[in-house]
Ligand binder design. Structure first.
Ligand SMILES: [Cu+2]
Length: 275
């Protein structure tokens, strides 16, 4: 038991001290993913600040409880005082929480408006949730459009770095250091477009166009999942984003225009041919 506890504590320590694997969750990981967008950088800062405030509050209340239990129990304090009000202390325990809430609210609202939308989008990605896959459109790149399905577990090729339940057949390719407006909607039920390493989570509502934005700071592969319970295959509609340099993106667009720039997505064609 002791050995187990020590190894658990050690593994927690290692998980806390070592930085996270890039853009993917790791076993027993505790912190947020390494930030790959200014939004997640700010979310992480806010999270860290909140952790201090929460920890201090919990410790203070706990210490107060211990003090009251020890100092004012029946044995230590046989004759209780008869007063039940103290104006000064009542003002303090009203004003202090209000100040703490203001300290939290100001950066919270700033962050909310920062992540809400970007003033100057350089391109747009439209994301449409379906039961159970994602459809992507690039309206600024001649309407490149495709569907993206999860790669089934038995077809996962680990040598290519593919991840079970996360890799998709069609990847979303986006340029780094570009303000990208993301429009999110749904064709059927409510889904949620979520990318933890980019600090994104926006509901995909049928009949509504929600907006968010991202600026990816590091090239790499990023994974996300639908984060709104949307039916039986909710767990099987991951999102895979490949962030590449601007030049690589231009090259990809040229190729993608020829391959996917028609209104019937490739997968539907496959199904149509099969029938
Ligand atoms: Cu979904």
């Amino acid at each position: 038991m002791f050995k187990y506890t020590v190894s658990l504590i050690l593994s927690l320590f290692v998980a806390l001290s070592s930085s996270q694997a890039f853009a993917t969750a790791e076993n027993y990981g505790l912190n947020l993913l390494e930030a790959a967008s200014p939004s997640l950088e700010r979310i992480t800062e806010f999270h860290d600040m909140m952790l201090w405030i929460i920890s201090a509050t919990v410790l203070f209340v706990f210490a107060l409880l211990v003090f009251v239990v020890l100092r004012y129990n029946k044995a230590a304090n046989p004759k209780p005082e008869s007063f039940s009000h103290n104006v000064l202390i009542e003002i303090i325990w009203t004003v202090v929480p209000i100040v703490i809430l203001i300290v939290i609210a100001v950066p919270s609202f700033k962050l909310l408006y920062y992540t809400d939308r970007t003033a100057e989008p350089e391109m747009t990605l439209k994301v449409i949730g379906h039961q159970w896959y994602w459809e992507y459109e690039y309206p600024d790149q001649d309407g490149i459009s495709f569907n993206s399905y999860m790669i089934p577990e038995e077809e996962i090729d680990a040598s290519k770095g593919e991840q079970r339940l996360l890799s998709t057949d069609m990847k979303v390719v986006l340029p780094v250091d570009t303000n990208i407006q993301i429009l999110v909607t749904s064709a059927d039920v409510i889904h949620s477009f979520a990318m933890p390493a980019l600090g994104l989570k926006t509901d995909a509502m049928p009949g509504r166009l929600n907006e968010t934005w991202v600026r990816i700071t590091k090239p790499g592969v990023y994974y996300g999942q639908c984060s709104e319970l949307c039916g039986k295959d909710h767990a099987y509609m991951p999102i895979e984003i490949h962030a590449v340099s601007k030049e690589e993106f231009v090259n990809w667009v040229e190729k993608a225009k020829e391959e996917y720039s028609f209104k019937i997505p490739a997968q539907s064609m496959k199904i149509a041919y099969a029938q």
